[in-house]
Design a protein around this ligand. Structure first.
Ligand SMILES: *Cc1c(COP(=O)(O)O)cnc(C)c1O
Length: 413
């Protein structure tokens, strides 16, 4: 395939793929700007779910009948799709999970419990989502590990000097998101991985906001673990994945026990665990959702991830310029490298009131702490409004959102 040189997007065609974008909210056309919480779903993904339940719903792997074979082939086919999408070296490096949260908990409970002991240090960035903080705090209480926090500057950029300064022989793991869901900051993962590896530590990357917005190459990043959720990249809820380097996954004990993760179970001779990745997939997975996540990645690739990124960057710049004109508005997170997330607060208006009133005008934004309380507290706020973009958003929607925001602020101030 030749490289994409033409990045123009047929936005009308993109929008036609998303039936929900035609609906109204409170009698107004929906303007959906809550994509960092979950993205909307194209027809191809909805059809994939429906097709599965209409034609070949069956439990996978164990069956010898046709439906089970078809379901297994489709499910395992998505493993290869995810492998190619992340440029992992081989399909068995992809473990299916319910999403990012479950993927991180898998690493904490399997790799963490096997490799961490009292006095060991886990380095976590201040801008992590709670799902990349709390699993490590649970281990802190239980195992006596110590958590070190990478500070953030006034723009919302991780302090790399402070980070390098806290790496040492006690550091066993670095946990950082690729893109912050609260600030939009894109973190320099390849450099951070190099620094972590130089002191013998592993790096776990929360890619929940990166996979939807840019090309990801886990080998180029040299990530040890990389997690994402299908529902933020145009897929259904209920499916996501953990990438882990094969040698690491091989060395890890199971986390949950049950069906599918064993090769033999015996009360007399003990139980043998299945090979990677099935060792980490106990029980019946969300088969339809995994298959539909594959359809979502196909949809993204048919569009072209570079084209998608370029469009979102253009929209981000436009939305930022427009919001900066709003009196008393302060954007939280002004890193030079950002993805399509704009958090803001406005003098004299509570975020929650803005969110409620702007919904009356058909605009869906998120208000609150975005599951990232530590970094918001760092900026001296408890909550922000957050507008987050997807490839189907239009400049007209951004303008209508800013106009609606001005009307709401007129009522509140
Ligand atoms: C949404 C999100 C998560 C959690 O994802 P789930 O799908 O809820 O498991 C973790 N990290 C980041 C950066 C996110 O945006």
């Amino acid at each position: 395939m030749t490289a994409i040189t033409d990045l123009t997007l047929d936005l009308a065609a993109v929008r036609r793929d998303f039936p929900i974008l035609d609906r109204e909210v409170h009698g107004q056309p929906l303007i959906y700007l809550d994509n960092a919480a979950t993205s909307q779903t194209p027809v191809a993904v909805i059809d994939s779910l429906s097709d599965y339940y209409r034609r070949y719903n069956a439990n996978i792997h164990r069956g010898l009948h046709t439906l089970a074979d078809e379901a297994t082939a489709a499910f395992e086919g998505v493993r290869s799709k995810v492998q190619r999408h992340l440029n992992a070296f081989e399909p068995r490096e992809i473990v299916f999970t319910r999403g990012t949260t479950e993927a991180i908990n898998l690493v904490a409970n399997s790799w963490g419990r096997a490799n961490l002991k009292a006095g060991d240090e886990v380095v976590v960035s201040l801008m992590e989502h709670h799902s990349n903080i709390v699993p490590w705090q649970l281990l802190e209480r239980e195992l006596g590990i110590a958590i070190k926090v990478i500070p953030v500057d006034a723009r919302g950029v991780l302090d790399q000097d402070a980070y390098r300064g806290m790496l040492g022989e006690r550091t066993k793991l670095v946990c950082v998101n690729h893109i912050s869901n609260a600030l939009g900051t894109i973190n320099p993962i390849a450099e951070m991985a190099r620094d972590a590896h130089a002191c013998g530590a592993r790096i776990l990357v929360d890619g929940a906001q990166a996979v939807p917005h840019q090309a990801v190459d886990v080998q180029a990043l040299d990530a040890d673990f990389y997690a994402f959720s299908g529902h933020k990249v145009y897929g259904p809820m209920g499916a996501g994945a953990l990438y882990g380097k094969a040698s690491l996954l091989e060395s890890m004990p199971p986390w949950q026990g049950g069906g599918e993760m064993i090769s033999r179970v015996s009360f007399e001779r003990g139980t043998e665990f299945a090979a990677v990745p099935h060792r980490f997939e106990a029980g019946t997975p969300s088969v339809a959702d995994v298959i539909a996540m594959g359809a979502a990645l196909d949809w993204v690739n048919a569009l072209g991830i570079e084209r998608l990124s370029a469009w979102e960057q253009w929209l981000l710049d436009h939305a930022t310029q427009e919001l900066e004109q709003v009196d008393g508005l302060r954007i939280i997170g002004t890193a030079p490298q950002k993805a399509g997330v704009i958090s803001f607060v406005v003098d004299g208006a509570h975020s929650q009131d803005i969110g409620l009133l702007i919904d009356q005008l058909g605009v869906a934004i998120r208000t609150g702490h975005h599951c990232a309380q530590p970094v918001l507290n760092h900026f001296g706020v408890e909550a922000t409004c957050r507008a987050s973009l997807a490839v189907y958003n239009t400049p007209e929607e951004v303008d209508a959102f800013v106009e609606a925001l001005r009307r709401v602020l007129g009522m509140l101030r």
